[in-house]
Design a protein around this ligand. Structure first.
Ligand code: NDP
Ligand code: MG
Length: 384
């Protein structure tokens, strides 16, 4: 029996993790749940899974939830202290980091320090603090298992191979809903347009990131940290069907890929049970005759220049990936509210990066300070 903490349990990845936990209840116990403020759904989850500990980041909502579940034997915590208590709870073997954004950094770091295995969906954490997290993973000898479908594919394609023979990674990207469009068309795209992803159903932030291709830039940086690569060893390739989830090209020219239908339950399940492969209970198996065609194209980095900026941020390193990520988090939140245009997202990221003086090898405090500094800078130029 594996005891898991699901941080971000009310989100897209969190809910799919709970679907798997429900299906494999003999193998997985949900010991801890955490979310930001959606206490309606969290209450249902608490009643179904009966965790011993819960965190609601929003303190007022935490108080409300406490009242609503006072008939149950569950401790309700709040704020960052609550999230860290959840990430380090003695009952927990594995933490599923499924929160969105940089808020995931501290709980993830504390979970690793407490010796927990991590199933990592929260890529923003690795993008900004990979240089702190990866050595800690080694020191604590824990497993950091990727949930992101591309990284799960790479991880699987590396199974049993000698890492020194890796030539490069071919990181596939669907291209998102605006594939093929040019800058002028993109200026007028709204959140409603951008939220129509062709292949995946995901939370709003990552869906916008997929439309701008910023998600792929974050994934390039995530891959660099997870698999100890140089940024030039990661090549992004547009693959509209999202059937090949990524590939590893070896020194001899052989390419090993992992394929499957676009369904996040597959990589989540792989991370939860690794190295065991459980028989599929949820979703469908791939029918290749039905899929028919797989296509590949170069990404258009001129139009979707958020991807180019992200790769540049990764190459510059230090605190620059934090600036890239924080500027993007800020811009996406405003775009979702209809306050800025679609192309303002890369524009704001570019301005924030231009303004930043890089801190080499930033500490956690410096990363969080850089995040705040980036928000302050953008608020200044946007006059909001
Ligand atoms: P969602 O927006 O669907 O869910 C986010 C979750 O995080 C919610 O449970 C939310 O709680 C919680 N959360 C947000 N802020 C806080 C906070 N301060 N404290 C505690 N919990 C918080 O996001 P996704 O599930 O789509 O994405 C989660 C992460 O996984 C992201 O980093 C994303 O990039 C990554 N990912 C997602 C994929 C997908 O298919 N969805 C695929 C690959 C990676 P509440 O509901 O209360 O707001
Ligand atoms: Mg992905």
């Amino acid at each position: 029996m594996k005891n898991i903490a699901v941080l971000g349990s009310t989100g897209s990845i969190g809910m799919q993790t709970l679907e798997i936990a429900r299906e494999y209840a003999d193998d997985i116990r949900v010991a801890v749940l955490a979310a930001h403020s959606n206490i309606e759904l969290l209450e249902q989850q608490v009643r179904e899974f009966k965790p011993g500990l819960v965190c609601v980041y929003d303190e007022d909502k935490a108080r409300l939830l406490k009242d609503r579940v006072n008939d149950l034997d569950v401790r309700v915590t709040a704020g960052m202290d609550g999230l860290i208590a959840c990430a380090t709870d003695a009952d927990v073997d594995m933490v599923v980091a499924a929160m969105v954004g940089m808020i995931g950094i501290l709980p993830t770091v504390e979970a690793i320090k407490a010796g927990k295995d991590i199933a990592l969906a929260n890529k923003e954490t690795l993008v900004t603090a990979g240089h702190i997290i990866m050595p800690l993973v080694k020191e604590k000898n824990i497993r950091l298992l990727p949930v992101d479908s591309e990284h799960s594919a790479i991880f699987q394609a590396l199974n049993g191979e000698d890492r020194k023979n890796v030539y490069r990674i071919l990181l596939t990207a669907s291209g998102g809903p605006f594939h093929g469009m040019k800058k002028a068309d993109l200026e007028t795209m709204t959140a409603k347009d951008a939220l129509k992803h062709p292949n995946w159903r995901m939370g709003p932030k990552i869906t916008i990131d997929s439309a701008t291709l910023v998600n792929k830039a974050l994934e390039v940086m995530e891959a660099v940290w997870l698999f100890n690569l140089s940024i030039d060893q990661v090549k992004v390739i547009i693959h509209r069907q999202s059937i090949i989830h990524s590939m590893v090209e070896y020194a001899d020219g052989s390419v090993i890929a992992q394929l499957g239908l676009p369904d996040m339950r597959l990589p989540i399940q792989y991370a939860l049970f690794y190295p065991e492969r459980k028989r599929m209970k949820l979703g469908e198996r791939a029918d290749f005759a039905k899929i028919g065609t797989l296509t590949f194209e170069e990404p258009d980095m001129e139009t979707f220049y958020g991807l180019r900026l992200g790769i540049e941020a990764g190459r510059l390193g230090g605190s620059m990936p934090t600036v890239f990520n924080a500027a993007n988090e800020w811009a996406v939140a405003r775009f979702l509210k209809g306050e800025i245009g679609f192309m303002d997202i890369p524009r704001i990221i570019g301005k924030a990066m231009d303004n930043h003086e890089i801190i080499g090898n930033p500490s956690l405090d410096e990363i969080l300070y850089t995040e705040k500094q980036t928000y302050d800078f953008i608020k200044g130029i946007m006059k909001i």
